[in-house]
Design a protein around this ligand. Structure first.
Ligand code: FAD
Length: 295
């Protein structure tokens, strides 16, 4: 099933998740447990991250194919241009196509959070080039990344929005980076509306798990964390359970605001944590979805 079809045919706002491929036996067990718990919920698709650096590339392929073959969950395979030759990318896309994988998230790629090393440029420079390849040569449904405050390397917000609008002429949908005020998402949506972009934009929602991780991720992605959010979370430093409960509540509030404003769904950055994801799902959908119908 293609994500653009899922969006077009939705009977309620979509609920999708991002998963990381496991890197060790222990993380594989954790992911299995999370998938078991999540299997009780009506997830619309799962996107699987891709380590541009190399060591975990094959794990992404394995998890994507596993979800597709054995789990009945629509996978979206992340793929990056950085550090790849065109032939590498063609090989990866051809393998996915042969497995019947229909959805790819076309990205440029970033080094891992714990690495200071730069990524080498690939043969294809920008995500739009990969979107063209995946869509044009492999007929895939292609998603791309959108950055609510503009990509940190962009010369300005407006320039980045111009590039994003161009990307969405090729791609079928976008998923936003996480954000911590709904206004950041609305500004992104307004910028695309102003440019006449009608492709779906799915807001990315992430419940913070610790202040240090949140700060590091926010710095790398150029996301502003409002003082009010930091103040709410700071009360629970030294109380991990309290912190996660408050972080989950913040995520639920953001998700409710964007859904009430007509977002097509939400994409939860799960960090492979089922409990937080389920808490968000149940708060929004309960047993029967009674929220505002999306447009
Ligand atoms: P691009 O769209 O290529 O943009 C990169 C920069 O180039 C921007 O500053 C843009 O303004 C500029 N630009 C674009 N087109 C042009 C042009 N024609 N001329 C000049 N400048 C241009 N990273 C990973 O490594 N693995 C993952 O699995 C992963 N998953 C992600 C999922 C989501 C939903 C998001 C939002 C991000 C993800 N990332 C991932 C991070 C992503 O790779 C980084 O944000 C990266 O720095 C930019 O990727 P992009 O696809 O937006 O790049």
């Amino acid at each position: 099933m293609r994500v653009d079809e899922l969006i077009a045919n939705r009977r309620r706002p979509l609920f999708s998740v991002e998963l990381w491929p496991p890197r060790s036996a222990a993380s594989e067990e954790r992911l299995k447990g999370a998938l078991d718990e999540l299997s009780h919920y009506a997830l619309d698709f799962a996107s699987i991250t891709y380590g541009a650096g190399g060591s975990t590339r094959e794990f992404t392929h394995e998890l994507v194919v596993h979800l597709h073959r054995n789990f009945g969950l629509v996978p979206v395979a992340h793929l990056v241009t950085a550090a790849h030759s065109r032939a590498d990318l063609e090989h990866i896309l051809a393998r996915y196509a042969a497995e019947g994988i229909e959805n790819v998230l076309a990205l440029r790629g970033d080094p891992p959070l714990d690495s200071a090393a730069e990524l080498a440029a690939g043969d294809l420079k920008y995500a739009i080039d990969l979107a063209r390849l995946a869509s044009g040569s492999y007929g895939m449904c292609v998603g791309v990344a959108a950055h609510p405050e503009g990509h940190p390397e962009a010369t300005s917000f407006e320039t980045d929005m111009d590039f994003l609008a161009a990307k969405l002429e090729v791609a079928d949908f976008a998923i936003s980076q996480f954000f911590y005020t709904a206004d950041q998402f609305f500004r992104l949506r307004d910028a695309l509306d102003k440019r006449g972009v009608a492709k779906p934009l799915i807001p990315g929602i992430m419940a913070p798990t610790s202040l240090s991780t949140l700060r590091r991720m926010a710095e790398l992605s150029g996301t502003t964390i409002p003082d009010g959010t930091v103040a709410r979370l700071s009360r629970y430093e030294g109380d991990p359970a309290g912190f996660i409960a408050e972080g989950t509540q913040i995520a639920i509030e953001l998700a409710s605001q964007v859904l009430e404003a007509g977002a097509v769904g939400i994409h939860v950055y799960t960090m492979n944590q089922a409990k937080t994801t389920i808490a968000i799902y149940e708060a929004l959908y309960g047993n029967s979805w009674t929220g505002v119908a999306s447009t």
